[in-house]
Ligand binder design. Sequence first.
Ligand SMILES: O=C(O)CCC(=O)C(=O)O
Length: 211
Amino acid sequence: MQLLDAPRQRTLFDALPTAVTPLRPDRFALDAECWVELQRSWVEGADALLDAAVHALPWQSGRRPMYDRMVDVPRLTAFLPVHAPVFPPPVRAMAAALSTRYAVDFDTVGANFYRSGSDSVAWHRDGVGRLRRHPLIAIVSLGGPRRFALRALGGGASTGFTLGSGDLLVMGGATQHRWEHTVPKVAVAAPRVSLSFRHGHGSGLDLGRAE
Ligand SMILES: O=C(O)CCC(=O)C(=O)O
């Protein structure tokens, strides 16, 4: 689904009051080799970026098999290289700051658009975890607050955070091998977009995602 044409995209992004603040996240150990880092309000002006992203990104709606029928993937998605012209300077500034801190080249962005509380992403590990020993995944949350939960592979109790607009969450260590994450459905939620920065993909965007 392409919501707006290119000139309109530029107009929206040109006026953005969005900026990243210094990167000083807090670290939370999930176990001896898996961790999450969190920085609240890393991005200033995140709600303006939400509006621009909702209107300008090339959102796609997916379908997937479930038992004997096809169902809609419960959110819209867009996968782009970080240098795609559709992204405004603040998104490239996020990638640059993350790449400097974590010493990897965050070169792609997977965006998810949760239109309401009915949209979600099921428990999954990112496919990149199968390709790399210790992949880093940095998620910037824009818009309405949503729970981001993690649990050890195989189930059991979950932990997590409610992510607000502008918050940054980074998963690292062996998390994509040993932990799953989800954004569950809720009764009511304001629109939210997440930007997941990944490294080492170039233009290859086959991330083996669960729905
Ligand atoms: O929207 C989020 O915070 C999670 C996104 C996610 O799990 C993913 O992109 O793999």
